[in-house]
Design a protein around this ligand. Structure first.
Ligand SMILES: C[S@@+](CC[C@H](N)C(=O)[O-])C[C@H]1O[C@@H](n2cnc3c(N)ncnc32)[C@H](O)[C@@H]1O
Length: 245
């Protein structure tokens, strides 16, 4: 007999079996996920974690996917990277992507809601576009916080359903429905009760990744929108940044 939670987890596993091969070329990322928006998002996460090019230490990503963030961290910093994901085919792509980094990288199959790591195992941990795939996103936040050492940094990035394309996608794909459960206030509450302090939640990105010729305009819009009351809430993603107590 399968519990509703197990059924939900299996649904997500099946979803990413279907998506893995085309994930990095999806329609929603305009055919190529390794684009301007990806770099802006991972730079924002890295800043939230306080990681710079000279940083060492250990970073965990919960919900590694195809390893784009792994690649970014390994190429641009001196940290080690540990990635966990419930999807074997997604991790298989990540494994190929980061094969060159040998011992600096570890990839593990597991459930974000029951991380197979002792308390305080990592200097920093983050989760990007993964909490809304969990049956219990608050439990995912508790787990991310639990495995970070006291004083270590936590970053949680999630899509914002108020952005038009996120709204359409989240409404039309059942595996994305939990996106509607997540908003800046709730994310902050979950993090706070998981033992995270110094919490800020900021909007990240308002513009599409292409066309490239409009990049300067897009950059201007991305810098300006957070200053406009009312419109600032319409970002593509939200980013929580905090420190483990
Ligand atoms: C939208 S993708 C994001 C991947 C990556 N963070 C990125 O932004 O490129 C969501 C990922 O969460 C993973 N996932 C879903 N449910 C999970 C769970 N319970 N535990 C761990 N990973 C999970 C999926 O397999 C998928 O790789």
């Amino acid at each position: 007999m399968t519990t509703p939670a197990e059924g939900g987890l299996q649904r997500q596993i099946d979803f990413y079996v279907r998506k893995a091969d085309s994930y990095d070329r999806s329609f929603w990322s305009m055919g190529q996920r390794e684009n301007r928006n990806h770099f802006k998002k991972i730079q924002a996460i890295s800043d939230a974690l306080g990681v710079t090019s000279s940083s060492t230490g250990s970073v965990l990503e919960v919900g590694t996917g195809t390893g784009l963030h792994a690649h970014w961290f390994l190429e641009r910093t001196s940290t080690t990277y540990c990635g966990l994901d419930v999807s074997v085919p997604m991790l298989a792509i990540a494994k190929q992507r980061v094969a060159a980094w040998g011992d600096r990288v570890r990839l593990t199959v597991g459930d974000a809601q029951r991380l197979p790591f002792p308390d305080g195992s990592f200097d920093a941990a983050f989760c990007a576009a993964t909490l809304h795939h969990l049956q219990d996103p608050a439990q995912g936040v508790r787990e991310v916080a639990r495995v970070v050492r006291p004083g270590g940094r936590v970053a949680l990035m999630e899509p914002n359903w108020k952005y038009p394309t996120v709204l359409v996608y989240s409404a039309s794909v059942r595996e994305e429905w939990n996106t509607f459960k997540i908003n800046p206030r709730r994310l902050a509450e979950w993090a706070s009760s998981a033992g995270v302090t110094d919490i800020t939640v900021t909007p990240v990105l308002y513009t599409p990744p292409q066309p490239k010729r409009l990049e300067r305009v897009f950059d201007y819009v991305d810098r300006t929108m957070p200053k406009v009351p009312g419109l600032r809430a319409l970002s593509i993603t939200m980013l929580l940044s905090g420190r483990r107590i």
